[in-house]
Ligand binder design. Structure first.
Ligand SMILES: [Fe+2]
Length: 386
């Protein structure tokens, strides 16, 4: 994140003694940093050494099988038909993946008292349906529908939903951190006036207290495609205070103030998060182009070096037919795509759109899993025939 946060109690200077209240015991300082010691970081103060663990055991988990012989064509598949039992981190159905990111959806069946850490990837969870709280060692965050919950790699957290059966999540796991695009920030990192959102739109964790009890706690740790169960002898939220730039936060898609134009604006005006290897844009309700002869529907385009993934949230999508809530389309690099028959004409004279969708443009080709094969709409590639 591009701004500084501070919660709880921290000493006046780093790397000096900081004693637990009324005790001769020191708090244990932990630096959570990125890019070695050169990226953003936070410093956390724990009641216990964060390295304390009683037992480590591998967990049984089967990653989705890659559909190696997938044809090179356009895809439309429906997420949400399938369900894997369990809490959100174990209920993820992986659809698309490459060495930079993995895109999944999840309809968890329960809240879990296990804690979870992704030790190998940064996570972005888009809350399509559901509400509750994200509890973490940085504090707690309320989560509501439409939130992007961004969790830096290494965050220990637990999602507690009010009604887990209603929850639907889109999850992106990324090797590199989710950042606010540079075009929206000044040289000091502050958000610029022309950005479609500002620092006030980000919700950051609030630390409500420190957990210092000694009981057995289960931490599920994900690294790559494997899970391990770490049995701790103390509560993992034993942080009395922290400060820095590395922390989870939420941003709600409804707080995105879209930029509109006299003629059609390309997807980069809708960008919301960026990484070195892919970008995330969102389409939200907005006024359409106001030139009297404008064509609001997008034009045909060939992105020669970008796979384009669209997750449809709600509304009537301007350029596409047969889309339902939770549909994903994949228009791969190297072949053109664009509006389906009749959609260009239907868009003429339209003044606004109510579409909500999340787009992920990747700079390396995505591999499809067997879950795409089993949920795809047959013959989608023929849908441009009149
Ligand atoms: Fe496109």
């Amino acid at each position: 994140m591009s701004f500084y946060q501070r919660q709880g109690e921290i000493p006046g200077k780093k790397h000096l003694t900081f004693y637990q209240e009324g005790q001769s015991k020191l708090y244990r300082e932990e630096l959570m940093s990125s890019k070695g010691f050169s990226g953003v970081y936070s410093t956390l103060y724990h009641a216990n050494p964060p390295t304390r663990v009683k037992e480590i055991r591998p967990m049984s988990h089967s990653p989705a099988e890659v559909w190696e012989e997938a044809p090179f064509e356009y895809f439309h598949f429906i997420t949400g038909e399938k369900r894997i039992e369990g809490a959100q981190h174990l209920a993820r159905i992986e659809y698309l993946t490459n060495s930079d990111l993995t895109i999944s959806t999840a309809k968890p069946t329960e809240n879990s008292d296990h804690f979870y850490k992704n030790a190998g990837a940064h996570e972005l969870i888009f809350v399509h349906h559901g509400s509750g709280a994200c509890l973490s060692q940085f504090g707690s965050l309320d989560i509501v529908e439409g939130d992007y919950l961004v969790l830096p790699k290494g965050t220990i957290y637990q999602l507690q939903f009010e009604d887990p059966e209603r929850v639907k999540l889109l999850v992106v796991e990324s090797q590199s951190p989710f950042e606010i695009p540079g075009k929206y920030r000044n040289e000091f990192g502050q958000m610029l006036e022309h950005a479609p959102y500002s620092e006030r739109d980000f919700k950051t964790p609030v630390l409500h207290g420190v957990f210092t009890d000694y009981n057995d706690y289960q931490l599920d740790v994900k690294k790559g495609e494997r899970f391990h169960s770490y049995l701790l002898d103390h509560h993992p939220f034993d942080v009395v205070g922290w400060d820095g730039y590395h922390f989870p936060f939420t941003f709600n898609i409804n707080d995105y103030a879209p930029i509109v134009g006299k003629i059609h604006q390309p997807p980069p005006v809708h960008s919301v998060f960026s990484t070195p290897r892919f970008v995330i844009c969102n389409f939200v309700p907005r006024l359409l182009d106001f030139h009297p002869d404008s064509i609001p529907a997008p034009y045909f385009h060939s992105n020669v070096d970008c796979d384009e993934v669209l997750y449809y949230v709600s509304g009537n999508f301007t350029s596409r037919k047969g889309i339902t809530e939770g549909s994903i389309t994949l228009h791969p690099m190297g072949i053109p795509h664009g509006p389906q028959p009749g959609k260009t004409e239907a868009s003429l004279g339209k003044e606004k759109t109510d579409e909500v969708a999340v787009m992920i443009d990747t700079f390396a080709p995505l591999k499809l899993t067997r879950h795409v094969q089993s949920t795809m709409v047959e013959d989608y590639y023929r849908s441009w025939l009149e």
